[in-house]
Design a protein around this ligand. Structure first.
Ligand SMILES: CSC[C@H]1O[C@H](OP(=O)(O)O)[C@H](O)[C@@H]1O
Length: 316
């Protein structure tokens, strides 16, 4: 897998040949993004079984599930491999099927979502929901890639997305590779660019979407959603139906990962706050469904009321 902690300065593959190295890669965001985490988890479980008959599959799954709590994809992917093991089917084939399904879902999201974009639209996005966060092609960025490939003139403003700078490091890199006009801004500039009329819509990814449409995504997404509403700008979430968690009625139940203080006080090795300062660092926030204009999935676009429309989409 690509070690995303090194981008954009270095493009390097790392080879996780056992469960512990896969766990570490997920925990340290060498691989990150809900779909990509699910894929890594599934492959990690397969590696665990290949390398050690000593443990039960459940032990492997439990260990990998402990890496990060928010992205629902990690959990359903591991449960899916678990069912495959119980049915004595080929585990690697199932993991590869998950990848193939994700590739198709990303492209379908792109096709559905591009219809929401007009010529010369400028899109603001937060964090990275690109090919790096999925099997390839992305979710929020899939909409931009598809529109660009279809010849639509679009521009993108990318929030840097503190503290780990997925926007600055990854989203700008992916969009520039694709030849898409992208402008990097600090997270605290989003209100100003909206006020200046530069933004026609917001498109973000998701890590877990509750049955009512409440959406967990990278910290700062909720800020952007409030700003979008205040400026009358549509706020779109792009996610595969595999990110929907119908077991949760609302977003209040979504577990929010807390991350280490050093990611805030010593980001990328430079101390920018006094040693020992108290830090609160939730890695995600939950945007209420009321602030979500539409949810773009591989099966189509859902609008409020989300509970019934997301259910209908899932079952379609
Ligand atoms: C296509 S899911 C991408 C999603 O994952 C990111 O979180 P992280 O970088 O911590 O894995 C962020 O919430 C993105 O929107």
């Amino acid at each position: 897998m690509i070690d995303q902690t090194l981008l954009p300065n270095e493009f390097k593959y790392i080879y996780c040949d056992d469960l512990p190295s896969t766990w570490e890669a997920i925990k340290s965001l060498r691989v990150r993004g809900a779909p990509a985490i699910g894929i890594a988890g599934a492959l990690g479980a397969v590696l665990g079984i290949w390398n050690s008959a000593a443990k039960t599959y459940e032990a492997f799954a439990a260990e990998l599930k402990s890496a990060r709590p928010t992205a629902v994809n990690l959990f359903w992917a591991l449960d899916r491999i678990s069912r495959t093991a119980e049915e004595n089917k080929v585990l690697l084939a199932e993991a590869l099927e998950i990848i193939a399904e994700d590739k198709a879902m990303c492209r379908a999201i792109g096709q559905h979502g591009m219809a929401l974009l007009n010529e010369n639209d400028t899109i603001l996005t937060h964090c990275n929901a690109g090919g790096l966060a999925t099997s390839d092609y992305g979710t929020a960025l899939a909409v931009m890639f598809s529109a660009h490939k279809a010849g639509k003139q679009i521009q993108v403003y990318a929030d840097e997305t503190r503290p780990l700078l997925q926007g600055a490091r990854l989203t700008t890199w992916e969009l520039m590779q694709a030849g898409i006009d992208v402008t990097l801004i600090c997270d605290n500039m989003a209100a100003q660019v909206m006020k200046e009329g530069k933004i026609q819509c917001v498109i973000v990814g998701a890590d877990r979407i509750a049955a009512n449409g409440d959406t967990a995504n990278k910290i700062g997404t909720y800020n952007v959603a409030i700003l979008a509403e205040a400026h009358g700008i549509p706020f779109y979430v792009a996610a595969p139906t595999s990110t929907l968690d119908f077991a949760l009625e609302t977003g209040a139940e979504i577990p929010i990962e807390q991350r280490a203080a050093e990611e805030v006080t010593k980001g990328f090795g430079k101390l920018t706050a006094p040693e020992g300062v108290k830090v609160y660092s939730p890695a995600f926030d939950v945007t209420p469904a009321a602030l979500v204009t539409a949810i773009i999935t591989e099966k189509g676009i859902a609008r409020a009321p989300y509970t019934e429309n997301l259910n209908a989409l899932r079952d379609s």
